[in-house]
Structure formats: C-alpha cells, structure tokens
Design a protein around this ligand. Structure first.
Ligand SMILES: [Zn+2]
Length: 429
C-alpha cells in the first residue's frame, strides 16, 4: 500500500506539511484569488460589490461569499476573463443543459493548462509505469484538448501512449489495441463497457487497467471490469470548469483525492447552499485557487459529492471524495418528492451483458427506454423490461421499452461523443 503520489506533489507545490498547513494555505489563496477576481473580472467586481473579500482569514470565512452559477458563465463568459485576450491559449465551449441553448466558454492560459498537466502526471504515477502502453480515448485534435494534456502528462513519465479519440468503431479500436500492444485505456465509462462487450477476447487478452473519466461511473461497470475482465479500475472526477481534472483515485481505487493545492472543494446543500459536514451527500462547489484566465469562486457544479469521514486507507492527509453519482438533475422526479437517479437505472440495466447502452425519455406519465442491444443475445429483453417496470411500479408511470438491435460488426455506436449521459425529460417537475 502506498500513499497517493498526489500528496508529495501537493506538499512540494504548496510548501505545506500536513492538514493544518494545507488549510492555512487554502485560506490564504482564497483571500488572494477573491481579490484578484474582484480587481480583474467585471463579473466578480459586481458580484462581490457588497462583500468584504479582504477579511477572509479561514476556510470558514469564505462561506459568506456568494456562489457562482453555471448560468452566470453562460450569460457573459468574457466577463469572467481576468487577463488580456492575447494570453488565452485555449477556449472550450460547452453547451449548457438549460432550455435556453446558451453556451458557456471557459478560458485557459498556458499556466492554467500546465497545472492540469502536473496534476495528471502525478495522478498517473499511481496507475502506470514505463512498461505500460496507454490508449487515450479522448479528443486530442487541438492544442490544450484533454487528450493532448493526458498525452503530455504520460510523456513526462516516459510512458508510451497513443491518442485514439472517442470510440467510433469497435473493429478499428480492437485492431489498434492489438497492433500497439495496448494494456491500459483512458476512456469514458460507457464507451469502455461497449468495447469490452463487443470485443471481449481482445479486451481479456490485452487490457489490464482502465482509467474511467468524463462522466460518472456506475458501480456495476466497475464490478464487471474487475471480476469478469480482471482489470484494475481507476476513476477520475473532473470537469472543464476545473481545468478538466479535479480529483483522482490512488491505487486503492476507493474514492478520489483532490488537487487541493489548486482547487478547494465544498459540499453544500443543493437547496439552501449551506455547507454540509463530511459524510453528507450534497452538491460539489469548487473554488480554483491559482487559475489566471478565469478563476471561479464557489462555483456550483451540479454534481453529487460526499467526503469520506474516515479518509483513505493509503494513509494520506488529503481529503477523500466518494465516487461521483453524477449530476443532481439527472433523475426522474415524481409527485411527492420521489425520484429515480439515472445511476440507479444503470445499476439495473447494465447488469445485463447484452446491453450496449440505453436512453430514457420522460414525457407526462410515460417513460420510453430505447435499449441498444447485441442482436445475438436478445433473450434478456423481457427480463430487462420487467426490471424497468418494477423500478417504476409505485410511481404511476407507464414504461415502454423499444429495443434497437446492433450487430457486433456494426460500425456505428449510440455513444460516439464526449456527451455526458442524461435522462431527457419533457416535464417541468
Ligand atoms: Zn488514497
């Protein structure tokens, strides 16, 4: 058992030696960064107009600062910019999940991107060494893209790696794995599952380890990759707003450690905004401590999060975040406050090896599930339909399952992008 390599890096980078000095460091950075944004970003000049930012001397003090919301960025992203445009090295445009269709833009300087490279470099130390060969199934066509950043991190560690891009074609991906002697994947969870199910023998022979990222990871998927494929499964929690990377698992693979030298993370009640005690599930809010282009203060991510109360068995003083359960809004709400989260549906539906993916669409009192299945093992269809019906049984919802059969040699996939999976609801609940 070894302590997460993030710990040594963070101690050196932040010149700290334990939990107390970590928190003192974070409070000092928060004071600095709030003044920096107040002086340099027109959004925060207004946002903090009535807030005293110079009086922050502890992490508790920052709880008086107002939150920043996704809609704030979507409205006027350039108002967040703290530097002249000429220093911006990467702009990422994100579609918002709201109905307005507005876009968010996130800006990075070279320094901002290099901090993420450092984080990934040290995160990967727990996972791979010079004997490994890594296939990066993330977009990597442009400068500063997540694929390029991962590549740079692995290059620093002298680990052979190849940018492949998101899954589009299973034959091609399997050939690539065999030809390049790949033993490790960095990929999205459901794309990894699809590839493992369609190309089982290639996966079993070659893949020893996977790093799942860019969306929440259903526990059933981790279990299957471990027990049926003998893979080590690492998961990562990140988002573009955090500079792609935020927190990653050590080699115990039981919860993430955060890049605490650069991101301060709070768990807040999604309704009241009150900061919750460790051990409670709530919404993750992040504050970036050293970002130059576009620092964010108490940014509400919309993601579920919870701190472990007992810490990680690896022995680090860094905090441990439980594995993500995905987006708070990614659920079906019923009258009376009941709801079903998509991750709960995943646990039931992905338990069947014949399933490649599914979409669920809610309209009024009906739920339509489009089930993408392997055409050679359709016998599970009835059982899956029964399992879905049972989940909705008490909620006066009519369920309807539409099966879409896919051949193994089929070239196209239901999931060939980096979009996060979500339930589509046409209801206003
Ligand atoms: Zn650990």
């Amino acid at each position: 058992m070894s302590v997460t390599p993030l710990e040594k890096w963070i101690m050196e980078d932040a010149s700290i030696n334990g939990r107390d000095s970590m928190e003192k460091y974070q409070a000092d950075r928060i004071k600095e960064i709030t003044n920096y944004v107040k002086n340099n970003s027109s959004f925060y000049r207004d946002h903090f107009r009535n807030t005293c930012t110079t009086g922050i001397s502890s992490l508790h003090d920052m709880e008086s600062l107002p939150f920043t919301y996704s809609e704030d960025i979507a409205g006027f992203p350039s108002r967040f910019l703290c530097i002249p445009q000429k220093y911006v090295k990467r702009i990422v445009t994100l579609k918002t999940s709201g109905t307005s269709g507005t876009e968010k833009r996130i800006f990075f300087t070279e320094h901002d991107l290099s901090m993420t490279v450092d984080f990934f470099t040290n995160g990967f130390k727990a996972m791979v060494d010079e004997n490994d060969r890594v296939m990066i199934m993330m977009p990597g066509n442009t400068y500063g893209s997540v694929g390029r950043i991962i590549k740079k991190s692995l290059d620093h560690l002298n680990i052979r790696n190849f940018i492949y891009g998101p899954l589009k074609n299973s034959d091609d991906a399997a050939d690539f794995i065999a030809k390049n002697n790949i033993n490790t994947l960095v990929a999205m969870p459901v794309q990894t599952m699809i590839l493992s199910r369609i190309k089982k023998s290639v996966f079993l022979q070659n893949i020893k380890r996977v790093m799942l990222s860019a969306d929440y990871v259903p526990e059933i998927l981790i279990k299957k990759l471990k027990t049926e494929y003998g893979c080590q499964v690492f998961t990562h929690y990140g988002m573009t707003e955090a500079g792609y990377g935020c927190a990653v698992e050590c080699n115990l693979q039981n919860g993430y450690h955060i890049r605490e030298n650069d991101i301060y993370l709070e768990i807040v009640n999604p309704e009241t905004g009150n900061v919750l005690k460790d051990g409670s599930w709530g919404e993750i809010a992040i504050t970036t401590l050293k970002r130059q282009a576009m620092p964010l203060i108490r940014y509400r991510t919309g993601d579920w999060g919870c701190f472990e109360t007992s810490g990680c068995q690896c022995g680090t003083f860094l905090k441990t975040l439980k594995r993500s359960k995905g987006r708070i809004g990614n659920r079906i709400c019923f009258e009376g406050g009941r709801h079903i989260n998509m991750i709960e549906l995943d646990e039931v539906i992905f338990a069947y090896d014949s399933v490649l993916d599914y979409n669920m669409e809610i309209s009024g009192d009906s739920a339509v599930t489009a089930l993408y299945m392997l055409d050679e093992c359709m016998s599970d269809t009835g059982k899956i339909e029964k399992s879905i019906n049972e989940m909705f049984h008490d909620n006066s919802i009519n369920t309807n399952v539409v099966v879409i059969a896919r051949k193994k040699e089929d070239l196209s996939f239901p999931q060939n992008t980096m979009a996060k999976r979500r339930i589509i609801s046409h209801n206003l609940l």
